[in-house]
Design a protein around this ligand. Structure first.
Ligand SMILES: [Zn+2]
Length: 164
């Protein structure tokens, strides 16, 4: 896939070892497919079919995929993220934090306030105006779904990815 196309709308595919990293990238609004059961064959097939850049720690797989893969380093998820920063900058990724379901990778859609009644705790319904829903799993998100520490984590990731 031409680099230009990736810059417009980077799409990723995380291999089986990178589930936690995939969730973090989704928190930032990036499009990251992740299937813990996908084998190398399926990863290669999906990468080609959907023009997705494969994120992997597997040197052998990265070598096979060539420019369709990016080798991730690190033993902790924060280190894995740091190893991705040069790529994120190169791709000029457009971040849109908390716009995507962390479980499914689907873009969240807004829902009417009244629709949330009975589907979220009463105090949440009473105190929040804006609700978003995952069209795939139905999970409802609202301001406060993400804890303070998670929001802090998102801020730190954005700072790191955007650079000085
Ligand atoms: Zn979902």
């Amino acid at each position: 896939m031409p680099v230009q196309e990736r810059i417009q709308q980077p799409r990723f595919l995380a291999d089986a070892m990178l589930g936690r990293l995939a969730r973090r990238l989704r928190m930032l609004g990036l499009d990251v497919l992740y299937d813990p059961d996908a084998d190398d064959h399926l990863i290669r097939y999906t990468s080609r079919r959907e023009s997705r850049l494969v994120l992997t720690k597997d040197r052998r797989l990265a070598a096979i995929l060539g420019s369709d893969a990016y080798l991730v380093y690190g033993s902790k998820v924060a280190e894995e993220f740091t190893s991705l920063v040069p790529l994120l900058r190169h791709l000029a990724c457009r971040f849109d934090p908390l716009s995507r379901c962390m479980d499914c990778n689907e873009k969240l859609t807004s829902m009417k306030h009244a629709e949330a009644e009975g589907n979220v705790p009463r105090y949440v319904f009473a105190s929040c105006r804006d609700f978003m829903r995952c069209p795939k799993c139905g999970k409802i998100y609202w301001e406060g779904t993400h804890s303070g520490s998670m929001r802090k984590g998102i801020e730190l990731m954005l700072e790191e990815a955007r650079g000085p």
